[in-house]
Design a protein. Structure first.
Length: 537
């Protein structure tokens, strides 16, 4: 089991570690897995929930980054494509290959011939494992595939392969895999200060359990990694007050509309009027759109979606799909995330800054990560380990996720779902989140709950508490099941049932249960605050 209670018990048994990691996004969890799989004693501390920062707020793609070819960053693209192929094999329930449509219109920044060369390189980097080879649609023939595309000036389109994923679930699954290898991972544990040896070398951390409100804990370690993304410089300044920034944070916003308002078959590349590249992606009865890329200098915790972000994305979408006529009222959810790019000089625009990563080692020995991509988290984790633990032998290891069972498919669980009274699409939905663990999720089902969907989500929430570190209602309905973003009611219809199921397991009082429901409703309202501000204006 991988409950938070289990992790606290492990922490009581052991207070000295080979490696202490701060940050529970995909970078920190990836390093924790790679280290623990090699026998390293690992402790990971995260001040919020796992993936509650950037790692649940991306475009949710596993991709090589075809646009980086234009920046001549061939190494980054090659690594991304190869890591994409590795993840397809390692996590088939979480990483789904699909062909993307890349239309080219007159006046677009990338000519059709350049796109064809880029797609050929993409296929070449993927090698024989790429089963979705690129295709070319000259002129308007692509309209047979995506009839809603803008016809005016359409010169052709390419179809190239990349993958969709659930970024939050991928991060949580990697965290669970690390725990199964022996790592201790704790969410809602804030690092307050560092401890030092007499010679100035870092010796440990002092942290506060934000849920218990108890006395600060002290743990010691031999090596230390700061993998906090947008908070990297905040943590660095606990060690080196006044140090120069190593992270440039840029804001990326996405919005979601019902799929029937933008009925596309495949993800489609869009260009805004300012030439920025964005995506329209179909998922679970919705189409999500984004992303923006603008500098952000405020508190990462205060990040919100603004109306200008939404109108910018809608304008690009209506430019690409002129018959859609999308408006602010079509938006059912939105999310904003921060990219923690490696700080560079030269006055580059945000979209021009490399997505590669850099490491900074302080005099005390704290290693901080800036930059990086979700897709290449394993390759990056191995590289980080070589710096943090230079005496460790670091070769490639298979990614052993909890939901892996070779050959399992959604159809394998169809009978179980029917017996549980779930709708026809439930096996596919559950498999895409849990893989071969679907039967274990269904074992948590409460037959007394009448509403089938609420019954399923409550079972997932109970499973999330017992096996996926979840401790709050928002953990379950946002990052474990994505209901906040990809349901018509943002999960509101099931919120009371899910809160009841979690509360019984976690021992919530009636007051705490009501507080959890109120906190979730407030989070949904905060997500859509841009709309109320717009109306207020």
């Amino acid at each position: 089991m991988s409950s938070r209670t289990d992790m606290l018990a492990r922490l009581q048994d052991q207070t000295e570690y080979d490696l202490i990691i701060i940050g529970g996004g995909i970078t920190g969890c990836g390093v924790a897995y790679e280290a623990a799989a090699r026998g390293v004693r690992v402790l990971l501390l995260e001040q919020g929930d796992f993936a509650s920062g950037t790692s649940s707020r991306s475009t949710k793609l596993i991709h090589g980054g075809i646009r980086y070819l234009k920046q001549m960053d061939f190494r980054l693209v090659r690594e991304g494509v190869q890591e994409r192929q590795n993840l397809i094999a390692a996590a088939p329930y979480l990483v789904h290959p699909i062909q993307f449509v890349y239309p080219v219109h007159a006046g677009d920044p990338d000519p059709f011939w350049a796109l064809r060369i880029g797609m050929m390189l993409y296929d070449w980097y993927a090698g024989r494992s790429n089963l979705l080879r690129h295709k070319v649609y000259p002129g308007k023939t692509v309209l047979a595939e995506e009839p809603n595309l803008r016809e005016d000036g359409l010169q052709g389109a390419g179809l190239y392969a990349d993958c969709l994923t659930d970024d939050a679930r991928l991060t949580v699954e990697v965290a669970r895999a690390a725990a199964r290898k022996g790592a201790v991972l704790l969410n809602y544990m804030r690092v307050d200060r560092f401890l030092y040896h007499a010679d100035g070398r870092m010796a440990g951390v002092v942290a506060t359990d934000l849920l218990s409100g108890g006395e600060p804990i002290q743990v010691t370690g031999k090596a230390f990694l700061n993998a906090t993304g947008p908070w990297a410089d905040v943590i660095r300044r606990l060690d080196e007050p006044g140090c120069e920034p190593t992270v440039r944070t840029t804001k990326g916003v996405h919005i979601t509309v019902p799929h029937d308002r933008l009925p596309i078959k495949r993800p489609v590349v869009m260009h805004a009027a300012d030439k920025r590249l964005m995506f329209a992606v179909p998922r679970d009865g919705f189409t999500y759109l984004g992303t923006t890329d603008t500098d952000y200098e405020g508190d990462p915790a205060a990040l919100t979606v603004d109306e200008s972000d939404v109108t910018y994305i809608l304008a690009a979408t209506n430019r690409t799909f002129p018959r859609a006529h999308l408006t602010l009222e079509d938006v059912v959810s939105a999310w904003a995330g921060l990219r923690s790019l490696a700080a560079t000089g030269g006055g580059l625009k945000p979209s021009q800054v490399s997505r590669d990563y850099r490491l900074h080692t302080s005099k005390s020995g704290l290693v901080s990560v800036a930059g990086g991509k979700l897709t290449a988290f394993q390759a990056m984790a191995r590289s980080v380990l070589r710096t943090v633990l230079p005496h460790l032998s670091v070769g490639e290891l298979p990614l052993d996720l909890p939901g892996i069972a070779r050959g399992s498919q959604p159809a394998d669980f169809a009978l179980l779902a029917r017996e549980a009274g779930l709708p026809a699409g439930a096996p596919q939905e559950l498999w895409a989140r849990h893989g071969c663990e679907v039967p274990l999720v269904l074992e948590q089902m409460d037959p007394e709950v009448d509403d089938a969907r609420a019954r399923m989500l409550a079972a997932e929430a109970v499973f999330a508490v017992r096996h996926e570190f979840a401790v709050t209602l928002t953990d379950a309905l946002n990052r474990r099941t994505a209901q906040m973003l990809f349901s018509r009611d943002n999960g509101m219809r099931s919120v009371e049932v899910v809160a009841g199921a979690m509360g019984r397991l976690l021992g919530w009082s009636e007051e705490e249960r009501a507080s959890q429901v109120a906190a979730y409703r407030a989070e949904v309202a905060r997500m859509m605050n841009w709309r109320s501000r717009s109306i207020g204006d």
